[in-house]
Ligand binder design. Structure first.
Ligand code: ACO
Length: 383
């Protein structure tokens, strides 16, 4: 047994997975061998979920049945909606509200207590229900904050289209729906990141999928994981409010030793492939709305930092540099960005739980003990 300590498990191989692979040197991300660009452009989020959960892209018939099943599960019990409203009234943060509501959903799942021999099938069924209901919970939370009643899901709309409809009250146009669908695909899986590993650890105890997804949401809520897209958008608002030139803002930030949010990545040393696709979608959205402000700002910042040699040093735009402005263009409030990340990444968490449980081994590492060798208890009144 090796006594080498790897802080943060950096570089430690803990499992084999067929789900996704990130090549940070060339900027490539694949899900089960399919390039993320091909999936984003050529498959819906429902197809990507099927691919991740079932191992292959669905046939037309398989997709129709899968998507119909998912759509049929979108409604959420009134008690959950009531809790969501209570959380919104109490001013709860969106990720914490999502965590609480996701955990509560299990009370209304007929399979939640199933001690089925077919762990994989039970996990997939529960996963499908969670995936279907999370958008309903999130949209209800946002509407409750606006003093509005929740909207019933529309089973005739796609997963992406229905979420935007429930959130805004308006059926999205084709460009918005397609863009949001792509954003969901782009965020669905990314190797063994912290939240995915959290879900896997929970799954390795054979706990249910509700526990794994609830844990994943908790891990993603931390500032070192989800949340950078929010920071990017806040910078763009700051630039806009101060009527400052975006390049002047970046120069100031660099002179003050401030990091530019949306740049740099632990794995990618070139431009994140997801950023490239979202940049294109931002262009499409800007052209269709006629408002190119965010596109102009982000393009100016990227061009300036390229000229300054930052990209040559491996500090390139990551997915968050463009996702914030894409979400803002879709009318999504800033503090919903991380919950939307959770909504998409739940697909990956579930896939990893299903995959790992199929050949399960309880995850149980060790810590090097650095406490005292022995200690004697002093009676409480003498301490
Ligand atoms: N702006 C300016 N300089 C940067 C940036 C940035 N955004 N990111 C890294 N650098 C510089 C560092 O200052 C450091 O320079 P130095 O060696 O001269 O001190 C060098 O690049 C290496 O930085 P590290 O922090 O060691 O790189 P690491 O791989 O640990 O960091 C991280 C990756 C945390 C993402 C970092 O690039 C960062 O803070 N970026 C901004 C926040 C952000 O966009 N996060 C989202 C990541 S994507 C995601 O989570 C989905």
């Amino acid at each position: 047994m090796s006594d080498e300590l790897k802080r943060g498990l950096e570089g430690v191989l803990v499992a084999e997975s067929e789900l996704s692979h990130v090549d940070g040197e060339v900027g490539k991300l694949v899900y089960r061998g399919y390039d993320i660009e091909d999936l984003a452009r050529g498959a819906s989020y429902e197809e990507v979920l099927y691919l991740l959960w079932h191992g292959s892209l669905p046939t037309r018939e398989e997709l129709d049945a899968f998507a119909a099943n998912l759509a049929a599960e979108r409604a959420v019990d009134d008690d959950v909606l009531e809790t969501v409203r209570t959380l919104a009234d109490a001013g709860e943060r969106p990720m914490a509200a999502l965590r609480t509501a996701t955990s509560m959903l299990s009370a209304y799942d007929p399979d939640a207590d199933t001690d089925d021999d077919d762990v994989t099938e039970t996990a997939r069924r529960q996963g499908r229900r969670i995936t279907a209901k999370v958008p309903t919970v999130l949209a209800a939370f946002e509407r409750a904050r606006q003093g509005e009643a929740p909207l019933a899901p529309n089973p005739d709309l796609s997963y992406a289209g229905n979420f935007l409809y429930m959130l805004t009250g308006t059926e999205p146009d084709a460009v918005s729906e397609e863009t949001f669908d792509m954003a969901l695909t782009l965020h669905a899986d990314h190797g063994l990141n912290a939240s995915t590993f959290t879900a896997m650890v929970i799954g390795s105890t054979l706990a249910d999928v509700y526990s794994g997804v609830t844990g994943g949401i908790g891990a993603l809520s931390g500032s070192l994981h989800g949340g950078a897209n929010q920071d990017v958008m806040e910078v763009l608002y700051e630039i806009d409010d101060s009527a400052k030139d975006p390049v002047a803002w970046v120069k100031d930030a660099r002179e003050n030793g401030r990091r530019i949010p949306g740049f740099g990545h632990r794995v990618y040393k070139v431009k994140d492939p997801r950023a490239k696709i979202l940049q294109e979608k931002l262009r499409d959205l800007s052209e269709s709305s006629g408002d190119t402000k965010w596109l102009d700002y982000t393009t100016a910042i990227e061009e300036y930092l390229t000229d300054e040699g930052l990209l040559d040093k491996g500090i390139a735009p990551n997915v968050d540099f463009y996702s914030g402005s894409v979400y803002d263009s879709l009318g999504i409030p800033v503090d919903m960005y991380t919950p939307i990340f959770a909504m998409s990444r739940a697909g990956g968490w579930i896939a990893h739980m299903v995959e790992y449980q199929a050949d399960n081994r309880l995850i149980r590492p060790r810590a090097r003990y650095t406490g005292p060798e022995s200690a004697e208890i002093v009676p409480i009144d003498e301490r």
